[in-house]
Design a protein around this ligand. Sequence first.
Ligand SMILES: C[S@@+](CC[C@H](N)C(=O)[O-])C[C@H]1O[C@@H](n2cnc3c(N)ncnc32)[C@H](O)[C@@H]1O
Ligand code: SF4
Ligand code: SF4
Length: 350
Amino acid sequence: MSENSFLYHVLKDKLPISSEIELHLFDFCNLRCTFCGQDHESKEGMEEIRNKILPVQEFISKNTIDSHIVNIMGGEIFNDEVPDHLFKDYENLATSIHEHAQSLGHQCTFNWVTNLVFKKSHRVENLLTALKSKGISTNLSTSYDFSGRKTSLWKEDLFKENLEKFKTNIYTVGFVMTKPTIQFLLNQNDPYFEYLYGQFPIYFDFYVPEKTARFLMPSDQDMLDAYLFLAKRYPKVSPVKELLTRRENRMTCYSLNKLTLLPSGKEVKCRYLKYETHEFNNPIDYSSNENIVTAHLEENGCLSCEWFERCSFRCFVQADWSTRVKTPDCFFKTFFAEVIGDKNEVQTWN
Ligand SMILES: C[S@@+](CC[C@H](N)C(=O)[O-])C[C@H]1O[C@@H](n2cnc3c(N)ncnc32)[C@H](O)[C@@H]1O
Ligand code: SF4
Ligand code: SF4
């Protein structure tokens, strides 16, 4: 985004303090989550991992921000079926990006995003050890789902075993807020969630619509119900925690300063590639989210909203979905009015 643009001017203090680099090395995966729109049989990109280095280095060189979160993922990059030599490619990828960033005085943190369903855990341990021995900041992010990740029991056991094994490396456990996941959450169907909540940082992320959106897209009322429930029962879940405890928040979406590379090397923001024009209110632009961020601010009157400083906004791709069922007012406004009341209030707990 140009620093001369109107959007930059109004959102300057709301932009995240790091850029995000999201690298999809390949789609090949050992699971078939209902909310994931990738082609999980495809090995495209698997033998071209080094081709991702240069575009990332160029993105870092051009960036005015000197801190970068590099999320590296598949598909499933640690899948037992991927060959051993790829782990050397992963190490080289992170090392080359790190060294380039360092030469410019920039900092990168490398997050390997994994479903933790693998038996060959020594490969992952070796990768983390090798990177850390070079002074590279690195950790794992994983995900769990009440409803969208129907899997066999032995795979569930592997997830749980690896979660314990890599406990000290886990940066976050993510949930995707689909309509069925919200229903599960509200009905309290999963005792394992209580355990996760006590042990790990948890992030409830917006569902980005893809091919099954007509079944999975939550209404704004579903989102409001989920946020109110989390604020009451699980207030330490992000991003709810930050909304409760901080009077000022930056937007959670990185797309205004983000590089996403798909397995083919194609550059996008965060959109699924097979969208149809009629599915969105605004024209689809795979190279920038500026039009849908602007549309959201205008539609909700964000710039004159009393919660502007506290609000972290939402997923703008979801917000622009043409058949999204809206609440009469912005659901965040209702959330803030119900749980915060006074905009200067902050909640604390032990
Ligand atoms: C594409 S997966 C790849 C990494 C790994 N296989 C995993 O599931 O953690 C990366 C992250 O995207 C999330 N994800 C997948 N589909 C999504 C969607 N439609 N909307 C939001 N997040 C999604 C997953 O839950 C996961 O946290
Ligand atoms: S494990 Fe990750 S990549 Fe695989 S289907 Fe699920 S969300 Fe998609
Ligand atoms: S509460 Fe709603 S209207 Fe207010 S700033 Fe946030 S998204 Fe915009």
